[in-house]
Design a protein around this ligand. Sequence first.
Ligand code: ZN
Length: 282
Amino acid sequence: MKITCLGTGSPESHAKRASSGYLVEIGQDKILLDCGGGVVSRLIEMGHMPSDITHLFFTHLHSDHMMDYARLIHAAWDEGKISIPVYGPAPLARITTQLFGEDGVFSTDLKARCEFSGSKEVWVARGGTLPRPWPKPIIQEISQGHRIEGENWSLSTCEAPHAQPHLDCLAFRIEAENKTFVYSGDAAICDDVTKLSQNADLLIHWCYRLSHETKYPTVTEFSPSAAEIASMASKANVKQLLLTHIRKHMDTPTHLEQMKAEAAQNFNGEVGIAEDLLQIVI
Ligand SMILES: [Zn+2]
């Protein structure tokens, strides 16, 4: 399986890092995990089209994990793909209706594109047929303990302590071809994510703060340092660890080296910092 980091940043605007998004390619399937702001542009930069995505999964519905959701669905629709299966915590179905439903945010745009004679002519000239249906993502709301079976792959979920009770938050484990990839989403250290990460060939784990940034107790508790993440990865017998969700003030060579060094003290496997467009084959 091939994993491409499309967005390794945070909600903070940053030229070097889009918000969260990871492409997982297994056989003919192109599975997108999260779709934060900038992820669709990164996807296109890597030579993929939005309509190439076969499955979209959201760990949680913080804006930096879903800001490009509407763009992805609309762009895929523009390319002729009406339906993409989309999985994520509630209220994903409501949000999707609020975007693409009859009275949704894009309803005026969609009516214009489907009913204006000039738009219909362009659509037919591009090979489309009339009447033109609206985009219709296939929504499945998921929670902890779900397992989705794909073609020669499976995705399992567990709860990731992060922004509860305001948001349901998940971590994902993908197994295929005798390899395992785990993506923490945004997660505090906990038994469930440790268990989900057991024997993973690759763990991509969020790291939202530097080790000395301990002023705010809740942030400190729910945002493990590089060293704490590495200890968990070691306990779970992970082979390769990548830290991600890097905030702007952390993104200096000195800080990144410090994070790697602190992690390496607690972890014998390969440890690195994720970067946009980085690819890993496991
Ligand atoms: Zn979050």
